[in-house]
Design a protein around this ligand. Structure first.
Ligand SMILES: Nc1ncnc2c1ncn2[C@@H]1O[C@H](COP(=O)(O)OP(=O)(O)OP(=O)(O)O)[C@@H](O)[C@H]1O
Ligand SMILES: [Mg+2]
Length: 239
C-alpha cells in the first residue's frame, strides 16, 4: 500500500509553568503509519492525548522528540516526504494547503465572512473558478442540511451542530490526500451523522488516508479500518 503518514518516536511533554516548571509527559515514543485508503481511529480514554497527537500530525504542536513524515505532492513535483515537525514554516503551510485537511471540533469563525464564502474559500484559493467553487459549496451545505436562509450569514451565531457542519463542509470541499478529524460528529443528530459518515467513507474510497477520533462506538464501527490505541497513563517527569 501507499504510505501517507509515518510517525516515528513521537513524544510530547507539556511544561506546567504554574507548577514550578513540572513536565507532564502525554505522548511517549509513538510509532504509527497510515496508508492511502485507510481510516485509522485513535482510541484512548479522555485526556490520554488523542487531540495532542492529531495536533502534532498537523504541526500545530511541536513534538518534544520524534518525526512526522507526510507524503506531500505539490503541483510542481512528483511528491516526497516532509517531516512537518522539523520543516520550515513555509513548507508546513504548503503541506497544509494541498495535503492535510483538518477538521477540529470547533469552527474557527472569521468575523463578517458569510457561511457560503467560508466554505467556497479553500477551492477559490486553489484557483478553482468562482462559479464552480460556489456551486460545490452550495451542494455541500445542502447535503449537510444547513438551511438556505443561513448561507449569507457569518456562522458566529450558529448552533454548535450547525457550526460543526460548516467546518466539515469547508474541509470536505477539497479532495485532501490526508484527513485529520477530531470528533467531527460529536454534536450532530443522527441524519447528519450518517451523511458525514458517508462523506468520510467516500474520501477513504477515493484513496484518502484518514486519521480520526470518534467518541461514538457506532461511528467508529462505521468508519474504522484499524484502531490505534495510545497508553492512558500520564506521567510526571522530573523538570
Ligand atoms: N497546550 C497544552 N498545555 C498543557 N497541557 C496540555 C495542552 N494541551 C493538552 N494538554 C494536556 O494533555 C492531556 C491530553 O489532552 P488531549 O486534549 O490530547 O486529550 P484527549 O485524549 O484528546 O482527550 P478528550 O477525549 O477529552 O478530548 C490533557 O491532560 C491536557 O490537559
Ligand atoms: Mg480530544
Amino acid at each position: 500500500m501507499l504510505k501517507r503518514i509515518v510517525v516515528e518516536g513521537l513524544s510530547k511533554d507539556f511544561t506546567l509553568h504554574l507548577q514550578g516548571g513540572q513536565e507532564m509527559s502525554i505522548l511517549s515514543k509513538i510509532d504509527m503509519q497510515v496508508d492511502a485508503g485507510e481510516c485509522v481511529v485513535i482510541h484512548a480514554p479522555s485526556g490520554a492525548g488523542k487531540s495532542t497527537l492529531l495536533r502534532c500530525l498537523y504541526a500545530n504542536y511541536r513534538a518534544s522528540s520524534g518525526s512526522v513524515n507526510i507524503w506531500h505532492k505539490s503541483d510542481a513535483d512528483d511528491g516526497g516526504w516532509v517531516d512537518v515537525q522539523s520543516a520550515p514554516a513555509q513548507q508546513v503551510l504548503a503541506v497544509r494547503h494541498s495535503t492535510l485537511g483538518f477538521v477540529t471540533q470547533f469552527l474557527r469563525v472569521i468575523p463578517r465572512i458569510s457561511t457560503l464564502d467560508l466554505v467556497a474559500e479553500p477551492l477559490l484559493m486553489r484557483g478553482v473558478e468562482k462559479q464552480a467553487a460556489y456551486e460545490q459549496a452550495e451542494e455541500l451545505l445542502s447535503r449537510l442540511r444547513i438551511p438556505k436562509r443561513l448561507w449569507q450569514i457569518p456562522p458566529a451565531t450558529f448552533s454548535g451542530g450547525e457550526q460543526q457542519r460548516v467546518n466539515i463542509a469547508r474541509t470536505m470541499i477539497c479532495d485532501y490526500p490526508i484527513l485529520l478529524l477530531d470528533e467531527p460528529t460529536a454534536s450532530l443528530d443522527e441524519a447528519n451523522r450518517a451523511t458525514v459518515i458517508d462523506m468520510i467513507n467516500a474520501a477513504r474510497e477515493r484513496g484518502a488516508a484518514v486519521v480520526g477520533i470518534f467518541h461514538d462506538e457506532v461511528v467508529r464501527q462505521a468508519l474504522a479500518t484499524r484502531i490505534f490505541s495510545i497508553p492512558a497513563a500520564v506521567s510526571l517527569v522530573a523538570a
